[in-house]
Write a protein that binds this ligand. Structure first.
Ligand code: ADP
Ligand code: MG
Length: 386
């Protein structure tokens, strides 16, 4: 689950990260009130959406007067942002954050993630802030420090020193930076985060380190024990399809292509998307209907896939492990009949009782293209659209 910048900042502040003063507003009246509370000379207004890259898209505005600030709020409340982090339909900002403008001497990057290669949580830091970390990793990987975070969340003192040295912090800045690293690691572990990022972390001319931006994502499977954070869920930031899928226990992510995918198991869903790409096609979505897909779930899955107007073919790739392929075949037929699926449907079944499943599909007289294996299914889907 993603959170907004203001929520991430509230949480980080509790762990002792120093954040410039801020207020949140969802209307001009609230903005006016926030402005008097802030009592700052220059103000930065920022859209609150579940996406980064706001600065480049005009969603962050520096204002030098009350009039300018209110004008910026007027423009930014309700702003529709579409960029490479939002998906094609974009997201709408229902709130803005107002914060004091800080003098920036230098921007740094600091964050934490679960590193899949090291199979553990790590702290990532770079003196090259402002840019996206992926860009730094590509251009100058030697400027990135990775420190394993101890599982109790207590960054060791020697690690804090390593961090300060790597970032070039001396004297009081080193002290602030060490405390910041420690607080960040602690916050990351304590909130069951999958990502926590401060980008940029800013050094001011008077040598203060301030978290100017913050991003926090929580592992969905841990939300049951993060109830305070779970309440921060903002359905307005999730696409209709994704929130509908969530209701039915499906994992759905919409993508830019035109081949709809209905798959059981996240690993198989990834492999299916890879295979479609391999044959020159583009998947329209990631959809995992789960290990025990019932007829109803398959039906819901089809509904969600079909609401995407760019879908021109659907590839069903189901492995009957616990599930019986015969039941899946019946589910597919029921869904196709109920929803009058008009795009070509390619079905690959494998696993338990597969022969019976294939027979049921064949006997249904429906226009279903049977595939032998994943490669064959993906190839057929791609070829159909060429
Ligand atoms: P995003 O990452 O979505 O683009 P940021 O919060 O990182 O949004 O803002 C983009 C840039 O705007 C920052 O890198 C920083 O240079 C500038 N900025 C943001 N907040 C402030 C602030 N309070 N004072 C001064 N500059 C800011
Ligand atoms: Mg940022």
């Amino acid at each position: 689950m993603n959170t907004h910048e203001y929520q991430a900042k509230e949480i980080l502040a509790k762990y002792g990260v120093v954040i410039p003063k801020f207020c949140v507003a969802s209307s001009l009246e609230e903005a006016e009130k926030a402005l008097s509370e802030l009592n700052a000379k220059d103000v930065v207004v920022k859209i609150q959406v579940h996406a980064g890259g706001r600065g480049k898209a005009g969603g962050v505005k520096l204002c030098r007067s009350k009039e300018e600030t209110l004008e910026a709020c007027k423009q930014l409340i309700g702003m529709h942002l579409v960029n490479n982090q939002t998906g094609p339909e974009g997201v709408v900002a229902h709130k803005v954050l107002l914060t004091e403008a800080v003098d920036i001497k230098k921007e740094y990057y600091i964050g934490a993630i679960i590193d899949r290669e090291m199979a553990r949580p790590i702290l990532i830091a770079s003196p090259e802030g402002g840019m996206e970390i992926e860009e730094i990793a590509e251009k100058s990987p030697e400027k990135i420090l990775k420190l394993p975070i101890p599982l109790n969340g207590e960054l060791k003192r020697y690690q804090q020193i390593h961090l300060a040295n790597f970032m070039g912090w001396k004297g009081d800045m080193a002290k602030q930076g060490m405390a910041l690293g420690k607080a960040l690691a602690k916050a990351f572990m304590a909130t069951d985060a999958s990502l926590l990022e401060i980008n940029p972390l800013v050094e001011t001319p008077d040598q203060k380190l301030l978290a100017v931006d913050a991003k926090l994502s929580i592992d969905d499977d841990a939300l049951f024990r993060q109830q305070e954070i779970a309440k921060m869920y903002d359905a307005s930031q999730v696409s209709k399809n994704e929130s509908e899928a969530k209701k039915h226990g499906l994992a759905y992510i919409s993508l830019q292509g035109n081949i709809g995918c209905m798959v059981n198991g996240a690993g198989l869903a990834m492999a299916t998307m890879d295979t479609i790409n391999h044959f020159g096609g583009k998947p329209a979505n990631f959809l995992d209907v789960g290990g025990s897909a019932s007829k109803e779930v398959v039906c819901e899955g089809f509904k969600i896939i079909l609401t995407d107007p760019s879908v021109q073919a659907i590839l069903v790739n189901i492995f009957g492990g616990i599930m019986d392929c015969a039941i899946i075949a019946e589910g597919v037929i029921a869904a196709v009949n109920e929803l009058s699926v008009k795009v070509p449907l390619i079905v690959r079944l494998e696993g338990t009782n597969v022969e019976k499943g294939k027979q049921i599909l064949k006997e249904s007289q429906l226009d279903i293209i049977a595939a032998d294996g994943l490669a064959d299914g993906a190839k057929k889907a791609v070829e159909l659209l060429h």
